[in-house]
Design a protein around this ligand. Structure first.
Ligand code: HDD
Length: 704
């Protein structure tokens, strides 16, 4: 129930609802105690919210029923258009804290004072799927940050990948049309594994660097908390003297990087389509606030001129080994939304929302984005007054003469609505040449041309650099992902065309994918505008596995338990995990829980059918002997074990679990990913094994 200006949630409690029988046999929930009386939007108290106004008990409904009409009318209009891209997202509040003044580089107010805390709202998203699609689709993740600075809102609207598919915004509608469901049939949903996408991509060599990223495990993150964010474009920092420095923005998760494996992603989307949003909600609710450090790579014209690639080309990175990332502050997410629609859905990011001290470059993708975002918010939120919505309004004072329009909520008083004016009693705001935003006076001249700069022409060298920077496991995942996706492309010519590009990136990769596809004949390499450079060094910063967490904090162990579970082991495991900052979740035959060896009841977090091992980072098999025999007959329990094994998770087990392991098809010779729990002292050892997240040596024959 809406109660203006109040966060009182007592109206949602059930306990004090009193259900009474009415005279005509109808029932009502009546106001009682401190429960407010239900009203219409006009504030008129409502006597009966269960029955519409009719002629007699079985007669027609009356048009006069203003309560019915208002209620249905409002319901009919509850939906707004979903975002044309990034429709599925999840947001949270927090703050950004500046480590040290950056006044030598920028006059941006938020970077002036050490320890300054700037309120922030972040929305993570997938790109292609609709609002109701599954969270762990293979897709780029949006990483949009709104910083409510003292000199206005700064939106850094980034992704979890530092490059993009295209170099010029004019190709964005084509790219998105090709990625979204095909227009005649309306599917596939939230996936790029179809002809249109790969047709477009295979005809766009500029996408090849991005293809390496999207086919890597970056597009199946384990959690929003465990992924990086990037501003992608080169921006400018401008200091008080008007000196400009180029900058690339990075968000580095303090929790380390982590992804799921593809077979896990597929199963996760069925087991919990809300996996990522639930993870963020749960972590913040548990006080385990995710943090990212803001990193900057800064450079000048001299570097830009000698760099191998064009700094205005959004399909290129500057390797961290070439320009190190300097950490300048941290972003902490410490509050979930109160209302999903009001905040996550209505938040409106615009790349053109910059503050004094931050400026744009001529990156043609960024320039086009600056047109698009304002426009799309008008369509989506329905009024130029979308800035009046609290989530979008600045938190600093603001004064302007923009007025009226649909749903105007800030309506200035008095006569003056223009400037300059000569009214002395209430003259209103004026511009400030000193404090106001000034665009960097970059000299620009040239002919009007529709061309792509020659300096944007190398499409393969950094794609190769990304590939050779991956560990063997990660390279195999890229080959598997390409094989999977291209196998879903029904047109053989599209598959072959993609392989012709891969030949320009890495011969082994092309060969693996060609074999995976069963290509009869290897195509010729695609004609390249520039030959692929073989001299770019691998960049370890590009690997997820080389940049994993140092601890198991923030992760979850799923323990399969039955009645008779060893009480000491269970509490020992819980204690070891708590010490690490990780969580223990109990999966049992019944959600009511299990009674341990000492007679204590432990409610379960999941019933075994609803709590597959894909939901957890590692598992513990702690059944009693009777329980193991029971679970061995249970298909969901066998899958729990078989999947944990196939996904190369660390598995703690008690001796009694042997029949379950056998039925799940686990070889009797246990590899080092298995940790026997013979006594409580083994629990710490298990947790420290879990820090490396997966036992990758488990054998190439396994899927994943
Ligand atoms: Fe975009 C949304 C990120 C290129 C046009 N974009 C959107 C969101 C993110 C990005 C994170 C979701 C914001 C939210 O959570 O509300 N977009 C990017 C990145 C790009 C990029 C990192 C390349 C570097 N986008 C891009 C181009 C165009 C757009 C080239 C158009 C020319 N993007 C939009 C949009 C969206 C959007 C249509 C849809 C919903 C919205 O803006 O608010 O304007």
């Amino acid at each position: 129930m809406a109660k203006q200006g109040s966060d009182d949630r007592t109206t949602h409690r059930f306990a004090d609802a009193e259900v009474v029988a009415g005279t005509g046999g109808e029932t009502h929930q009546v106001a009682g105690g401190d429960r407010p009386v239900l009203t219409t939007q006009q504030g008129v108290p409502v006597a009966d919210d269960q029955n519409s106004l009719k002629v007699g008990a079985r007669g027609p409904t009356l048009l006069e029923d203003f309560h019915l009409r208002e209620k249905i009318f409002h319901f009919d209009h509850e939906r707004i258009p979903e975002r044309v891209v990034h429709a599925r997202g999840y947001g949270a509040h927090g703050y950004f804290e500046t480590y040290e003044p950056l006044t030598d580089l920028t006059k941006a107010d938020l970077f002036r004072r050490k320890g300054e805390k700037t309120p922030a709202f972040v929305r993570f998203s997938t790109v292609a799927g609709n609002k109701g699609s599954a969270d762990v689709a293979r897709d780029v993740r949006g990483f949009a940050v709104k910083l409510y600075t003292k000199e206005g809102n700064w939106d850094l609207v980034g992704n979890n990948i530092p490059v993009f598919f295209i170099q010029d915004a004019i190709k964005f509608p084509d790219l998105i049309h090709a990625a979204k469901p095909e227009p005649d049939r309306g599917f596939p949903q939230a996936q790029t594994a179809h002809d249109n996408f790969w047709d477009f991509i295979s005809l766009s060599p500029e996408s090849m660097h991005m293809v390496m990223w999207i086919m890597s495990d970056r597009t199946i993150p384990r959690s929003f908390r465990f992924m990086e964010g990037f501003g992608v474009h080169t921006f400018r920092l401008v200091n008080a003297e008007g000196k400009s420095t180029y900058v690339k923005f990075h968000w580095k998760p303090k929790q380390g990087l982590q992804s799921v494996v593809w077979n896990e992603a597929v199963k996760l989307n069925g087991a919990d389509p809300d996996f990522h949003r639930r993870d963020l909600w749960d972590a913040i609710g548990a006080g385990d606030y995710p943090e990212w450090e803001l990193g900057i790579q800064t450079f000048d014209d001299a570097f830009a001129d000698k760099f191998d690639f064009d700094i205005l080309d959004a399909t290129k990175i500057i390797p961290e080994e070439v320009i190190p990332v300097r950490k300048v502050g941290r972003l902490v997410l410490d509050r979930v939304v109160d209302n999903f629609f009001a905040e996550t859905e209505q938040v409106a990011f615009c790349t053109q929302n910059v503050v004094p001290g931050i400026d744009f470059t001529n990156d043609p993708l960024l320039q086009g984005r600056n047109f698009s975002y304002l426009d799309t918010q008008l369509k989506r939120l329905g009024s130029p007054n979308f800035t009046h919505i609290p989530i979008n309004a600045p938190k600093c004072p603001f004064h302007h003469f923009q007025q009226d329009g649909h749903m105007a909520m800030h309506n200035p008083k008095g006569r003056v609505n223009y400037e300059p004016n000569s009214w002395s009693d209430a003259p209103g705001p004026r511009e400030s040449p000193d404090q106001g935003y000034r665009s960097l006076p970059v000299p620009e001249q040239g002919q009007k041309l529709r061309v792509r700069s020659e300096t944007f022409a190398d499409h393969y060298s950094q794609a190769r650099q990304f590939y050779i920077s991956q560990t063997e496991v990660e390279q195999a995942h890229i080959a598997d992902a390409l094989t999977f996706e291209l196998s879903k492309a029904e047109t053989p010519a599209i598959r072959a065309r993609m392989v012709s590009h891969l030949l320009n990136i890495d011969n082994d990769l092309a060969t693996k994918v060609a074999q995976g596809l069963g290509l009869r004949e290897m195509p010729d390499p695609a004609t390249a505008a520039r030959p692929t450079r073989q001299d770019l060094n691998p960049s370890p910063a590009l690997s997820i596995l080389l940049n994993g967490p140092k601890s198991f904090a923030g992760r979850k162990v799923g323990a399969l338990v039955t009645d008779g579970v060893d009480a000491a082991l269970l509490s020992g495991l819980a204690a070891s995990l708590e010490k690490e900052g990780a969580m223990l979740k109990l999966v049992a035959p019944h959600v009511g829980g299990v009674t341990d060896s000492e007679g204590t009841l432990h409610p379960a977090d999941e019933k075994v059918d609803g709590g597959p091992s894909v939901l957890f980072d590692a598992v513990a098999l702690l059944p009693s002997a009777d329980g193991a025999a029971l679970l061995a007959k249970h298909p969901a329990a066998r899958d729990f074990v078989a999947d944990a094994y196939a996904h190369r998770k660390f598995i703690a087990f008690v001796d009694a679990a042997a029949p379950l392991l056998a039925k799940a098809g686990v070889p009797e010779a246990r590899d080092e990913g298995f940790v026997p729990l013979t006594s409580v002292k083994d629990c710490d050892g298990f947790v420290s094994r879990c820090r490396s997240l997966r036992y990758w040596d488990r054998g190439d024959a396994l899927m994943g």
